[in-house]
Write a protein that binds this ligand. Structure first.
Ligand SMILES: Nc1ncnc2c1ncn2[C@@H]1O[C@H](COP(=O)(O)OP(=O)(O)O)[C@@H](O)[C@H]1O
Ligand SMILES: [Mg+2]
Length: 368
C-alpha cells in the first residue's frame, strides 16, 4: 500500500533526451498542507520533472513518488493526484459539462460532482458551450475542474496562471491556499516568481535542470543582504573609520556616498559619530526578490553583479543557501477569507485524513 501521506518526493531525478539533459540530479520534497512553487525560466526542466512525477516520462535516473509510490503503482491515481499539465487538449466539439461527465464516468464519480466543479471554477454559465470556443483562461479553469474530479489529495499544476486574468489569478491563489489548508499537497510551477509569490510557502528554484535554491521563501528573503547608502561630509574618512571598526563591506559610490553591506544604520551612525564625521543622510536598501530570482536562474548573471549595481565579492550576487533544506517542518496557516468561493466546509466533510488511502466514492455533492 502507498503511505497515504500526500507527500511528493523527488530524489536524484535525471532525464536526458539524447544530448539534452533536461533534468539533472534534482531532489526535493513537498509536504502536505503546503503550497510549493516550482520556479525556473522556460527550458529549466519544470514540465519534464512534473511529467516524470505523473508517470508520463520515464526518468533516466532517480525517482519521483507520491505517497511513497511511483505514479503507475498508485491504485487509483485520480483519487490521489490531480494534475494540469496541458490545457489545450479538450475535444473541441464537446461542451464543458460533457467533457467533465466523460472523465467523471471514467473514474467512477457521479454526475452531480460535474456541476459542483463547474460552479467552483466559475464555468457554470459556459457549461453547455463547446470547448473549441473557450479562451485560454476558460481552458485553464476546465482543466483544473478535471483535475479535481477525483477529489485528489495532491494537486500538480504546470504554469496554471498562464492565460488567467488578474481576477482569475487571485481566485486561483485563494483556491490553492484553501486546498492546502485542508491538509492537501500543492505543487505549482511558474516561470514568474511574482505570479506565485503570495501563494507559496516553499520554493524549489531550478535552472538548466539543476536546483538553485530549495527552501522557504522566508529564508530566501532573509538571505538577501541589505545595504545602507550613507551621505557623509567626508567619504574617504568614513570608509577608513568603518574599516578600522571591522566593517569591510564598504565602498564609495560615484555620487560621493558610501555603500555599506551587512551593517545597520545604528552601527554606521555610531562609528561616524565616534570618528567625528558628519552624516547628512542614510538610506536603507533591499534587493528585491524578483531580482534575486533572476540572478539565481540566469547563468550569465549568477555570481556576477548586474550592471549599475553595487555588488562586492560574495555579497548580493552569490547564490544564497543553495540546496537548503527547510529548517522546520511546515506549519500550515489555515486560510480564511470572507466571501471566498471555495466550498471549504464541503471539502472538509469529504476529505479524509492522510493515512487512510484513497476513499470510496462518497459524499460527492450530497450536502447542497
Ligand atoms: N520530449 C523531448 N525531447 C527532447 N527534448 C526535450 C523534450 N522535452 C523537453 N525537452 C528539453 O528539455 C529541456 C527542459 O524542458 P521543459 O521541461 O519543458 O522546461 P520548462 O518546463 O522548465 O520550460 C528543454 O531544453 C527542452 O527543449
Ligand atoms: Mg514547461
Amino acid at each position: 500500500m502507498h503511505d497515504g501521506s500526500g507527500r511528493i518526493a523527488v530524489q536524484n531525478l535525471t532525464k536526458r533526451f539524447g544530448a539534452v539533459t533536461a533534468v539533472q540530479n534534482l531532489s526535493f520534497t513537498v509536504e502536505p498542507g503546503s503550497v510549493t512553487g516550482f520556479l525556473g525560466p522556460n527550458g529549466a526542466g519544470k514540465t519534464t520533472t512534473l511529467r516524470m512525477l505523473l508517470g508520463l516520462v520515464t526518468p533516466t535516473a532517480g525517482t519521483a513518488t507520491i505517497n511513497g509510490r511511483r505514479h503507475h503503482e498508485l491504485g487509483n491515481p485520480a483519487r490521489v493526484v490531480g494534475s494540469v499539465l496541458d490545457n489545450g487538449s479538450f475535444h473541441p466539439k464537446r461542451t464543458a459539462r460533457n467533457h467533465l461527465r466523460v472523465y467523471a464516468a471514467a473514474i467512477g464519480v457521479p454526475d452531480q460532482r460535474v456541476d459542483e466543479l463547474l460552479g467552483l471554477v466559475g464555468l457554470a454559465p459556459a457549461a453547455d458551450r463547446k470547448t473549441g470556443g473557450f479562451s485560454l483562461g476558460m481552458r485553464q479553469r476546465l482543466a483544473l475542474a478535471t483535475a479535481l474530479l477525483g477529489d485528489p489529495q495532491v494537486l500538480v499544476l504546470d504554469e496554471p496562471a498562464n492565460g488567467l486574468d488578474p481576477e482569475g489569478i487571485a481566485w486561483l491563489r485563494n483556491f490553492l491556499r484553501s486546498f492546502a489548508a485542508q491538509g492537501r499537497t500543492v505543487l505549482v510551477s511558474s516561470h514568474l516568481l511574482s505570479e506565485v509569490e503570495q501563494t507559496i510557502d516553499q520554493v524549489v528554484i531550478v535552472s538548466a535542470g539543476m536546483t538553485r535554491y530549495y527552501g522557504s521563501l522566508e529564508n530566501l528573503r532573509k538571505s538577501q543582504q541589505s545595504r545602507v547608502l550613507v551621505q557623509p561630509a567626508d567619504a574617504s574618512a568614513l570608509v577608513t573609520a568603518l574599516r578600522e571598526a571591522g566593517i569591510d563591506k564598504v565602498e564609495p559610490t560615484s555620487d560621493g556616498r558610501v555603500a555599506v553591506i551587512d551593517s545597520t544604520v545604528q552601527q554606521i551612525g555610531d562609528i561616524a559619530a565616534k570618528a567625528g564625521i558628519a552624516v547628512y543622510g542614510m538610506e536603507e536598501q533591499k534587493a528585491d526578490l524578483e531580482q534575486l530570482f533572476f540572478q539565481l536562474t540566469t547563468p550569465q548573471y549568477s555570481g556576477a553583479p548586474l550592471p549599475g549595481q553595487f555588488m562586492p565579492q560574495g555579497a548580493w550576487g552569490g547564490a544564497p543557501q543553495p540546496y537548503q533544506q527547510p529548517q522546520q517542518p511546515y506549519q500550515p496557516q489555515p486560510y480564511q477569507q470572507p466571501g471566498q468561493q471555495y466550498p471549504q466546509q464541503q471539502y472538509q466533510q469529504n476529505y479524509q485524513q492522510p493515512g487512510q488511502g484513497p476513499q470510496p466514492n462518497q459524499g460527492w455533492g450530497g450536502q447542497q
